[in-house]
Structure formats: C-alpha cells, structure tokens
Design a protein around this ligand. Structure first.
Ligand SMILES: Nc1nc2c(c(=O)[nH]1)N[C@H]1C(S)=C(S)[C@@H](COP(=O)(O)OP(=O)(O)OC[C@H]3O[C@@H](n4cnc5c(=O)[nH]c(N)nc54)[C@H](O)[C@@H]3O)O[C@H]1N2
Ligand SMILES: Nc1nc2c(c(=O)[nH]1)N[C@H]1C(S)=C(S)[C@@H](COP(=O)(O)OP(=O)(O)OC[C@H]3O[C@@H](n4cnc5c(=O)[nH]c(N)nc54)[C@H](O)[C@@H]3O)O[C@H]1N2
Ligand code: SF4
Ligand SMILES: [Mo]
Length: 644
C-alpha cells in the first residue's frame, strides 16, 4: 500500500522545507518538496536521500546502551531511566541541581524540544549551555544597530534591483532561496557575491569579491566611503532615522580608500564600481550568511555592513534591507519553559565549554545530559572538550548515532528522528510554520526527547508537570498565536503564515533601539588576522552534502579534503592528491590535498563535520576563543600551516 504524508524538515537549516513523504508498505521510500508551499515551493535539498538512509541505517542505535568494561551493553528503558533518575536525584541532593549540565542543541528544531528546558527547570534549575556556536556575533551586531534581528521575507528579493550575497551560499545552506535569486536576476537584478572562497553561488552572481577572510568590515567601510564621497546616500533617512552618523563618517574619514582596499584585498577600482552600483540601484538588498561573523570581531563586521543599508536608505523598504535571520521561537509562550520553577541558574558559554567544564566549581559539573548536539565534535578545541567530558562522573547522550560525544557517554538513549515524531516547525528564514508528522512507525525502541524526559519526571516526582501529549504542549507553546487568528488544528494540519512577522522589517522607520533610531557603529574593533608561523586561514565551513556532524557513512572514512591554491601546495612541497597535515597552534589533522587554482593563496578550505573517531575533526584545530560580542565561536579565525 502506498500513502503520502505531509511533514516539515526539522534540520538546523533556514529553509524548513515543506516535504511530502512517500511510504510504501510502511517503509519510507522517497521525500519530495511540497510544490504548494509559497516559499519552499517544492524544493528539497540533496541531503534528503540521506535522511532516509539515516532512518534505516544499521549503525543507528535502537535501544538504550550502557558502557561497560567490555563495550556497550543493551538495557531496557526502565533500567536506563532508573539509572538516569537515580543519578539526577543523587547529584541534586548532594551537590545541588547546578551540578547537572543540560546541553541542548538543535539537531532537530521541532518546537517541542523547548520542553527539554522545562524538565531541567523543574529539577530546580540545571547549568545550561549559553552563548552560540552558530550566529551569536552576527545577531549581537544586528541588535546593536536595529534593536532586533529581523529578516526580509525570502520572496521580497524579487523587488531588489541589486543584491549582495555576503558570506552566504544559498546552494549549500538555503536552497529554497536559489529560485528567488534566479527569478530576481531574470527581472534584472544584479548580484554580487562576497566570499573568500569560490562557491556554487558564483553561478548566481554577476561578480565575485573574493576578499581576505575576516576583512568584511574593511570592505564595508570602503564601500561606505565611496557612497559618502559620491553623495549616494539618503540624507532624509540619515537625519530622521539614524543615530551617530557623524561618528560613523569620522571612522570612514580616518582611512583612505587605498588603505581599506589593501586590508580587504579588493582593488579600489572594483570597490568604487560596486559601491556605485549598490548606491544607484534602488532598492538594493544585502543577504548575510554566517561566515563573516564567525570571528572575534564578527559583530563589528556585521555592524559596518548594516551601515551600508542605512547610508543608502535601503532599510524598511521592499527589496531592501540587511537580512541575516529570524528568531524562530520568538512568538511562543516562554512561560511553558518553566523558568519560574528554577531556583538557580548558571550558564557555560558553548565556545568555551571545555574550559567551563574543567574549571566549574560551587558546584563542579558532575553529570551532563546532551540532546540534539555533538559538542565534542562541533565545539572549538574538540580535544579539550573531550578531556573535559571524560572527567565528568556521568554523561548521558540522547541521540541516534554513536558520534564523538557518545564516545564519552556512560549511557546512551536512542532518540526518534523527525520522520517518526509529531511537532511544529518555525523557520529562521521565512514566516511559515510547518507541521511535523510521523511518516513511518518507529524503528526499534526509540523514544522522543519528550517521552524520555516524561519518564524521568515520573521517577523524580514531577511527572504531573511534564505530562501531556505533543498536541497538548504545542497548544500551550503557541497560545500567543492561537489567541489571534490561528487555531492549533490549523497549525497542525498545514503550513500557516505568521502575519505578525513583517515581510519588510522596520517599514515604519521606528527601531527598537534605546534612541528609536538606527544606531551606527562608533568604532571599528577589527584587525586582519595573521600569524607568521601559521600563514593560512582555515575556512572550515559547512559541507554541501551534509549538515554539521551528520556525515553520511560513505563520506565518513575518507580523509578530509583540504582545498588549496597550487602555489600554496607547491610552497609546502606538496601536490594534488597527496596526504598532508594541517597544523594549528593547538593540534594537527591529516588531510588529502585538492589543488584548486580558484582558491586564495592564503586560505585552506575544509568541509567540517567528519568525526574524530573516523580520522576527521576540524575542531581539533580551532582554538576556543569567544567573540567580543555575542558570546560566539570564532572558527574561521583559526590559522594553520600545511606540512608533509
Ligand atoms: N548543506 C548544509 N546545509 C546547512 C548546514 C550544513 O552544515 N550543511 N548547516 C546549517 C547551519 S547550522 C547553518 S547556521 C546554516 C547557515 O550557515 P552559513 O554559515 O550561513 O553557511 P553558508 O551560507 O554556507 O555561508 C558561509 C559562507 O561564508 C563564507 N565565509 C567564511 N568566512 C568568511 C568571511 O570572513 N567573510 C565572508 N564574506 N564570507 C566568509 C564561507 O566561505 C561560506 O561560503 O546552514 C544550515 N544548512
Ligand atoms: N569547524 C566548524 N565547526 C562548527 C561550524 C563551522 O562552520 N565550522 N558550525 C557551527 C554551527 S553553525 C553549528 S549550528 C554547530 C552545530 O553543532 P550541533 O548542533 O552539535 O549539530 P550536529 O553536529 O548536527 O548535531 C546534531 C545531533 O542531533 C542529533 N539529533 C537529530 N534529531 C534529534 C532528536 O530529535 N533528538 C535528539 N536528542 N537528537 C537528535 C543528530 O543525530 C546529531 O548527532 O556547529 C558549529 N561547529
Ligand atoms: S534544505 Fe534544509 S530544510 Fe530543506 S530538506 Fe534540506 S535540510 Fe531540510
Ligand atoms: Mo548553525
């Protein structure tokens, strides 16, 4: 028997694609895009077949496991939950609830996962992971300027005459935007890509500014200098809607165009040409990706880019804007997270989690429970994180696969995939919700995060407070929406437009900053990163064919490829296809060289995510440094050298 089920992809991905699953005799055979969806419009990415392979993978864990001296041993759910509840009770009684670290990430963005916070709050308040691995610096920069972080609706790009794709590669990480960009170009929009590496998005662009990594702020300032010099600015907007324009102009005056051109490694003549095009095409939009903000000075770079929007008056207008992302959970009821029950709270910033764990005291962390993340692999300075996890008394990993973090676990609890559970999705790039429906029956004995925590809550005397079906909790979470024009039935039946999110932010010209105006940056705390012992920028970016550390089996045991310019290989006495070592000041990683004449000579490109236990581990090279603003990881600031 064949049936189709409508669901929504829950991957940590801006698209939140509406999907149609084809099921034959109870087995998922195909995932396709839902062509009725107004934004994702039938797209589905090339990763989708791997979702099916992961669902049925022989490597997937289907029962709880306990580590013993002789390896992993299966155990029943009752025994597993008794063991976890016993430990939770013990540490809470002797050391206090802060001795437990609840490590939550977003391998599955289903809104129900927010209930995980409720459980740990009911215990009295656990230590949580704070800060960001992903977007914190960029968000901090946008909040400083606009008072919030909001994004234009993806389809609004059709109104643009000029588009910057700035450190953003929709082909890898926002595939549903590709069609809109193509259509915008058909309507005459010109597209400029700003990225230190050549990406598939070169195909979407008329021009590629292959700047020095990390120098985006200088490029933005150079563009601003031309806009100012050539009066390509919106004087009314600047006078009525902005703050600190004078200070910003003085920053621009303090550099020559030639100095800035050298700092970002783009010729002044090209900068002038691009600035003229941006300044003269109205409306013009800037679409930011994560790359320019995974640096210590990431927030400052974003602020200087935001300034271009304000200078040219491309803020609050259709087809304009400086768009990064939306807050996916901003419209839900936070009281459901149960913060009131927590008597204590403490955070360990994710970029420094190894250090934070090793130095934790009063009380030290005795137990960790991880959900939806692979911190040993994905945090900077992985080896330090691994050592820190080893020192913790009791580690419980809730996941689907025995990844690098599971290597450090005492107990492993097998989680459902999004294809086996109910829920609701909120996107971080568009305004549509999406229902998550179980597409097939569950494999083995896997349970949802919610069911696991309900089982623990029962054992710890707070069962009443966690009880309830997915629908019950979704209804509570979405109360701010359902009080308006949407019912829970509608939300669970089909994608719904959240009309409270504006398609064009700041259209009224009012900004939620202290002054109510757009706030220009008043200083430029940016520098070019360099290190004579480690002369190459290590761009360990997101892979086109997998998400973060969810690497398909056929790529797992391959040596990671490092893409370098031929002269870079030659300089190290190496050639295409050879094995080599990348060395940073904290570690080494074996790679296979891919020589590519399109790369910059000062850059190594490597797709991150492969597991340390399979010979990968980009983050064995990335130091644990936190951004100046936004408590974010600074992966791309890492410098390396190439060795035989
Ligand atoms: N296929 C795939 N899709 C994904 C993911 C994945 O791992 N794989 N991850 C998901 C996640 S967690 C996220 S956060 C999102 C978004 O993830 P993003 O980080 O926004 O990903 P990209 O759009 O690839 O943009 C990163 C781009 O920034 C460039 N870059 C690096 N350093 C700099 C710099 O200094 N300046 C400039 N201008 N550019 C720079 C990189 O070369 C790269 O092309 O993608 C999601 N989607
Ligand atoms: N070097 C380098 N490192 C990076 C980045 C980079 O660009 N370069 N990017 C950073 C970014 S942007 C991000 S967002 C982080 C991502 O880092 P993480 O958030 O740790 O992401 P993943 O490695 O994808 O881990 C997600 C895990 O969730 C599991 N999972 C999926 N669904 C469920 C579920 O329903 N329940 C439970 N319990 N588990 C589930 C998956 O099996 C997987 O192991 O990494 C960061 N790390
Ligand atoms: S593009 Fe993103 S949301 Fe769409 S199917 Fe792929 S991973 Fe899922
Ligand atoms: Mo991310």
């Amino acid at each position: 028997m064949t049936k189709t089920v409508l669901t929504t992809c829950t991957r940590d991905c801006p698209c939140s694609c509406s999907l149609i699953a084809q099921v034959v005799d109870g087995r998922l055979v195909h995932l396709s895009g839902n062509s009725d969806h107004p934004v994702t419009r039938g797209t589905v990415c090339r990763k989708a077949p791997s979702f099916i392979r992961r669902l049925y993978s022989p490597e997937r864990v289907l029962t709880p496991l306990r580590r013993t001296n002789t390896g992993w041993q299966r155990l029943g759910w009752d025994e597993a939950l008794d063991a976890v509840a016993d430990r939770l009770q013990r540490y809470c009684a002797t050391d206090g609830s802060l001795a437990v670290l609840h490590y939550q990430r977003w391998g599955n963005l289903n809104a129900l996962k927010l209930l995980n916070y409720r459980f740990f709050n009911l215990l009295g308040g656990a230590t949580t992971n704070t800060g960001a691995l992903c977007n914190g610096a960029g968000v901090a920069g946008q909040i400083a300027d606009f008072g919030a972080y909001q994004s234009h609706s993806p389809e609004d790009i059709l109104n643009s005459r000029f588009v910057f794709l700035w450190g953003r590669n929709p082909y890898t990480s926002n595939i549903s935007q590709v069609r809109f960009i193509k259509e915008a170009r058909e309507r005459g929009a010109r597209v400029t890509l700003v990225d230190p590496i050549p990406t598939a998005s070169n195909r979407l662009s008329d021009r590629h500014l292959q700047l020095r990594p990390g120098s985006d702020g200088f490029l933005a300032l150079a563009l601003a200098k031309v806009l100012l010099a050539e009066h390509l600015i919106d004087r009314d907007f600047l006078a009525e809607r902005t703050q600190a324009f004078g200070e910003f102009s003085r920053i621009a005056d303090s550099y020559t165009l030639e100095q800035l051109a050298q700092l970002c490694d783009i010729p002044a003549s090209v900068i002038t040409e691009v600035a003229r095009e941006y300044g003269k095409s109205r409306p013009a939009s800037i679409w930011l990706g994560g790359g320019p903000q995974r640096w210590s000075h990431g927030a400052a770079s974003f602020r200087l880019i935001d300034a271009l929007g304000a200078l040219s008056g491309n803020v609050g207008v259709p087809g304009g804007g400086v768009s990064y992302m939306l807050d996916p959970f901003g419209h839900l009821d936070p009281s459901v997270f149960g913060q009131d029950s927590a008597k204590k709270s403490r955070g360990i910033p994710m970029p420094l989690i190894g250090k934070g764990l090793l130095e934790s005291e009063n009380p030290p962390i005795k137990m960790i429970m991880t959900f939806g993340g692979n911190p040993v692999n994905q945090s900077p300075n992985s080896q330090k994180v691994k050592k820190a996890f080893e020192k913790v008394d009791f580690v419980v990993v809730v996941d689907q696969f025995l990844n690098d973090t599971a290597e450090e676990a005492d107990l492993f609890l097998p989680a459902t995939s999004f294809l086996e559970e109910e829920g609701l999705m909120f996107s971080y790039s568009h305004r549509w919700t999406g229902p998550v429906n179980p597409v097939v029956g569950r494999q083995g004995e896997v349970r949802t995060d919610l069911e696991i925590l309900q089982g623990l809550a029962d054992r710890l005397g707070v069962g009443q407070e966690m009880n309830g079906s997915p629908r019950y909790w979704l209804e509570k979470l979405t109360r701010p929406l359902t009080r308006g024009n949407l019912s829970i039935d509608e939300l669970l039946a089909a994608p719904q437009l959240l009309t409270q999110i504006p398609a064009v932010p700041y259209e009224d010209g009012v900004f939620p900053t202290p002054s109510g105006r757009f706030q220009f940056a008043e200083e430029v705390p940016i520098q070019v990163t360099s290190d004579s012992a480690y002369p190459l920028h290590f761009l360990c970016i997101h892979a086109p064919t997998w998400t973060n550390s969810q690497v398909p089996a056929n790529h797992m045991d391959e040596l990671p490829e490092a893409y370098v310019h031929p002269n870079t290989a030659l300089g190290a006495g190496l050639a295409h296809g050879m094995e080599a070592t990348l060395r940073s000041k904290i570690g080494g990683l074996k790679v296979r060289l891919e020589v590519d004449a399109r790369q910059r000579e000062d850059t190594v490109l490597l797709y991150q995510g492969r597991w340390m236990k399979a010979g990968g581990g980009a983050n064995t090279l990335t130091p644990d440094v936190m951004s100046h603003q936004g408590d974010s990881a600074t992966y791309y600031e890492t410098m390396v050298r190439l060795e035989l």
